[in-house]
Design a binder for this molecule. Structure first.
Ligand code: NDP
Ligand code: GDR
Length: 347
């Protein structure tokens, strides 16, 4: 039995990775969770409730800000694989909380690497770091493994620190450590304040008469969007290779936010121009204009192939959120009053 530890298991990617690993009979999955006043485990509830996984799925309290809790986890779990997905992952928020973001995303990665290095003295252990296309920032597209980084936010700077620390632990200590430079990936489990989910939630609620407008920022930004379920497979593949290395994971196609709006609204037989408004507060102090990744190394060396393209992704997200909107509408009619609505985000 292999033991995998996932930080960020309550997030989008952590939940898909847990699903993926538990689909393999030889994995036990351990997730790091933070103490919160209200439980935020909706993305992993289906696993926790599944009796088949009772002996192979365990949650542990710790925090990337707390080095002693991370060493404690290594001692008790003694994982074979560690996936570092935990982060303050919102780029816009990182401008409001730069020091906290640097601490969790940057130094948090270093804290975890140190704990893993101690464990590696007594057993083999493999480490995956969730690096980001945001590290390329203003570097002109397409961004390849040779493209120099030019981060444009406190989040991207912190991710770059984690990326280089991961490489340095590999070079200095011979740790099996890989950095996956993943471009944007989305799903029905995407956080509600990221642009794709904000759009699919907003458009479906408009369709059901639950809201009138969708207030957005920069519609001209372009992103290379894929499906999160495809991308977590690449994380696992990196840790199954003979030698550790870094990879770009992307679709190799870029689209603007405006195009994502068009695709989403037209699937609902609506015209986004009738509903979308602009607000300055959704703009960022410095923007990343165009991301377009070159995934050829991951395709060649890992044999990684994505299964869902952008149209498939939009369809999946719209279907999910239309169902949520219909349930919300039904509940409103049933109670004769408004129930709590999905948080559409100030961000
Ligand atoms: P989410 O924002 O959905 O999830 C982030 C996770 O990190 C949550 O489980 C959160 O816990 C946890 N977390 C936050 N702060 C801490 C902390 N101090 N200690 C421990 N855990 C913490 O992110 P995604 O799933 O989308 O992304 C996963 C990782 O991949 C992140 O590192 C992100 O930066 C990176 N990434 C994401 C991309 C994407 O397009 N999705 C692309 C490239 C990189 P809680 O639920 O308690 O808040
Ligand atoms: P990003 O994702 O910053 O690329 O980071 P996000 O979906 O937040 O923004 C993408 C682009 O859309 C523009 N935009 C808006 N964004 C948000 N959130 N809300 C809006 O109303 C809005 N209007 C326009 C943004 O300006 C931006 O250009 C994500 C995160 O998952 C990171 O953790 C990850 O590292 C990168 O993807 C790769």
């Amino acid at each position: 039995m292999k033991h995998a530890l996932i930080t960020g298991i309550t997030g989008q990617d952590g939940s898909y990775l847990a699903d993926f690993l538990l689909g393999k009979p030889d994995y036990t999955v351990h997730g790091l969770v933070r103490r919160t006043s209200t439980l935020n485990r909706s993305r992993i509830d289906h696993i926790a409730r599944n009796p088949d996984f009772r002996d192979r799925f365990h949650l542990h309290y710790a925090d990337l800000g707390d080095a002693s809790s991370l060493s404690g986890l290594m001692e008790t779990i003694r994982p074979d694989e560690v996936y570092n997905l935990g982060a303050q992952s919102h780029v816009r928020v990182s401008f409001d909380q730069p020091i906290y973001t640097a601490d969790v995303v940057g130094v948090g990665t270093l804290r975890l690497l140190e704990a893993v290095r101690q464990l590696a003295r007594s057993q083999p252990v493999r480490f995956y770091q969730a690096s980001s296309s945001e590290m390329f920032g203003s570097a002109p597209p397409p961004q390849t493994m040779e493209t120099p980084f030019h981060p444009r936010s406190p989040y991207a700077c912190a991710k770059l620190y984690g990326h280089w620390q991961t490489i340095n632990y590999r070079e200095a200590y011979g740790l099996f450590a890989c950095s996956g430079i993943l471009f944007n990936h989305e799903s029905p489990r995407r956080g509600e304040s990221f642009v794709t989910r904000k759009i699919t939630l907003g458009a479906t609620r408009i369709k059901e008469g639950l809201q009138k407008t969708l207030v957005m920022g920069n519609l001209d930004a372009k992103r290379d969007w894929g499906f999160a379920g495809d991308y977590v497979k690449a994380m696992w593949l990196m840790l199954q290779q003979e030698t550790p290395d870094d990879y770009i994971v992307a679709m190799g196609v870029t689209h603007s936010v405006r195009e994502f709006l068009e695709k989403t609204f037209s699937q609902l037989d609506l015209d986004y121009n009738d509903f979308v408004e602009f607000d300055e507060r959704y703009m960022r102090p410095s923007e990343v204009d165009v991301l377009l990744g070159d995934p050829s190394k991951a395709r060649k060396n890992l044999g990684w192939e994505p299964e869902v393209d952008l149209d498939g992704l939009v369809k999946m997200m719209v279907e999910n959120d239309l169902e949520l909107a219909r349930r919300e509408k039904f509940a409103q009619g049933y109670k004769g009053t408004s129930i709590s609505t999905p948080h559409l985000g100030r961000l």
